[in-house]
Write a protein that binds this ligand. Structure first.
Ligand code: GDD
Ligand code: MG
Length: 351
């Protein structure tokens, strides 16, 4: 069985972070995001190959995963000549497939039991199965209405407030039968959510839903990107190295923490990072590789990508800093600030 990961979007809502790092490989605890999805797919022994459907900066992604041997999965790359939308991408990547295929949006993290979803798809002899998950506000997602037996009645992408009739949304995980792909026009941008799924309902195909009530998140906005880190550190999503004792302070043996530095758990400090005397790394912080936190600086609930430097007595709080940023001494950066790679903030600046 093959899996297609839709990983070709531009990641506009995560700009400026995604200008040089496509969304599928933004680091979560300094590990490219797709690794977490591959971990999930590996739990289904039947899945023997993952097709990465790419468009935006494909080389960057190929460089990391190669043929997949390091990640323990066969990986094949399909690069669209131009963005084909979610359905066009599935058709393009799935051209030679004949068996049921698993399709995943390349930005969702979940602890779903995928084997159970596949089993349900087969049991019901469905033409398409999608995973739903309940959320507080469906407006940013695809709203899906079902009947009591899990048959899908309505699929409405990005509903307006007065169109919201239930709390279940498309979780971006599907099992599809490739012989349905002929309804997707070739080499034309086409949406799986706005065109392909509604067409299945119109034709009264067996199109069913499986509702997942465990962990699920789309990491595609800065708020959600920060939240996924908190969720991992607080064990709402369980993964290494935070799957043991709660509130862990995880420090690489290759990091240097000077005497008199204060670390508050849970937090994560990676290889080659330096935390100077009197500096404080607060809860829910990630200090990437080779970052420097100078004397008496404070980093709290912030994510710092590799090579970033926070000057003496500066404060970085509830913010995301890209690679190799430089925050001057006594600067203040807080409350939702997102800085792209190599941003420089002069001493005493406030942002
Ligand atoms: N190859 C390829 N080509 N991939 C694409 C393209 C394309 O043209 N456009 C988008 N993608 C990929 C993105 O990289 C992402 O992994 C996935 O398709 C979904 O695109 P998003 O842009 O993240 O969509 P969304 O989050 O607004 O909405 C989608 O996901 C929600 C769940 O997170 C929809 O599927 C909603 O219905 C769903 O609720
Ligand atoms: Mg998304």
């Amino acid at each position: 069985m093959k899996a297609i990961l839709l990983a070709g979007g531009k990641g506009t809502r995560l700009r400026p972070l995604t200008l040089h790092t496509p969304k599928p490989i933004v680091p979560i605890l300094e590990r490219p995001f797709l690794h977490y999805q591959l971990d999930l797919l590996k739990q289904v022994p039947e899945i023997d190959e993952v097709i990465l459907s790419l468009n935006y900066q494909p080389r960057r992604i190929e460089e990391i995963f190669g043929d997949g041997s390091d990640a323990g999965m066969n990986i094949r790359y399909v690069v669209e000549p131009a963005p084909l939308g979610t359905a066009g991408a599935v058709r393009y990547a799935g051209e030679s497939l004949h068996d049921s295929v698993v399709v995943f949006n390349g930005d969702v993290l979940t602890d779903i039991d995928l084997a159970a979803v596949i089993a349900r798809h087969r049991e019901r002899r469905a033409r398409a199965t999608i995973v739903l998950t309940p959320v507080e506000n469906p407006a940013a997602y695809g709203l899906v209405e079902t009947d009591a037996d899990g048959n899908i009645h309505r699929f409405l992408e990005k509903p307006k407030p007065d169109e919201i009739t239930c709390d279940t949304i498309n979780a971006g995980i599907y099992i599809l039968e490739p012989d349905t792909f002929d309804r997707i026009p070739k080499d034309t941008p086409w949406s799986i959510e706005r065109s392909f799924f509604p067409s299945l309902i119109e034709r009264q195909e067996t199109f069913i839903a499986v509702t997942h009530r465990g962990y699920w998140i789309d990491i595609g906005t800065p708020e959600k990107y920060m939240q996924v880190h908190r969720d991992i550190m607080d064990q709402r999503y369980r993964t290494t190295p935070f799957d043991g004792e709660p509130g862990r302070i995880v420090v690489s043996p290759k990091a240097k923490i000077e005497a008199g530095a204060i670390l508050e758990g849970p937090c994560f400090i990676d290889d080659g990072a330096v935390v100077k005397a009197g500096a404080r790394v607060g809860r829910h912080s990630v200090i990437g590789r080779q970052c420097h936190i100078e004397e008496h600086a404070v980093v709290e609930q912030a994510i710092l990508w590799a090579g970033t430097r926070v000057g003496a007595e500066a404060i970085v709080r509830r913010a995301i800093l890209g690679r190799q940023c430089h925050i001057g001494r006594n600067a203040l950066v807080e409350d939702g600030v997102v800085l792209g790679d190599k941003s420089t903030l002069t001493d005493y600046s406030r942002l």
